[in-house]
Ligand binder design. Structure first.
Ligand SMILES: C[S@@+](CC[C@H](N)C(=O)[O-])C[C@H]1O[C@@H](n2cnc3c(N)ncnc32)[C@H](O)[C@@H]1O
Length: 196
């Protein structure tokens, strides 16, 4: 079984847990609200995208739409393209008239848009995958907001990455400007905003 199949199997298994456990044990720390996630992502996107205009955002590793749906609700002109590699997660996805869901692997984002955002995904894939995702984001949209965890840890579904590798990948992907914020929403989380 290749790595992509292993990841899909892992997240499909997770998707079979009841809603409360899925939210708190698999999607996001229970102490962090969905609204707070939307607020932070909107604040980072706001540096390079006008969320009051009809823009298309790609949610990479969208899961059941935990962030995509309230984000679309908050910005009535925005369309969200959710991409996730787990059919099980997408089977649980919450329907919304301006959120579309596509089955796909982050290493080759199957849609294009005005910006990509991703949270809760990169720290679960190996470093080469994380770098591949940044490259794929560069082909999909001129703006990237990415949450990841800095460091060297390499466990089967917990992968940290040195900051310079992430910033270099953004530069190689064609993003000319990069800004980094540490400890936002969670003490371990680093956020990179990259735009052309
Ligand atoms: C921790 S969950 C976070 C979901 C969502 N971003 C959120 O914050 O609620 C990670 C998600 O990434 C998805 N995922 C894992 N590997 C992926 C890949 N290679 N390509 C696309 N999505 C992937 C999983 O299926 C899962 O839905």
């Amino acid at each position: 079984m290749n790595r992509v199949d292993v990841e899909r199997g892992y997240w499909d298994e997770a998707s079979r847990t009841p809603p409360g456990r899925l939210r708190n044990e698999w999607l996001c720390d229970r102490s962090i609200s969905d609204e707070a996630c939307v607020g932070v992502i909107a604040q980072f996107l706001d540096r390079a995208v006008d969320l009051d205009s009809p823009v298309t955002l790609i949610d990479l590793g969208c899961g059941p739409g935990r962030v995509a749906v309230p984000l679309a609700d908050r910005f009535p002109r925005v369309i969200v393209e959710g991409v996730d590699s787990s059919p099980g997660m997408l089977a649980r996805a919450v329907a919304h008239p301006r959120v579309r869901y596509t089955l796909g692997d982050g290493r080759g984002v199957p849609v294009t848009g005005d910006a990509v955002y991703t949270m809760g995904l990169l720290q679960h894939v190996p470093v080469d995958g994380q770098l591949g995702y940044v490259g794929a984001a560069g082909r999909a949209a001129p703006v990237l907001v990415a949450q990841f965890i800095e460091g060297e840890e390499a466990e089967p579904f917990s992968h940290h990455i040195p900051l310079n590798m992430m910033v270099d990948a953004a530069s190689a992907a064609g993003y000319g400007r990069v800004s980094v914020s540490r400890g936002v929403l969670h003490p371990l989380w680093t956020w990179m905003v990259a735009w052309t």
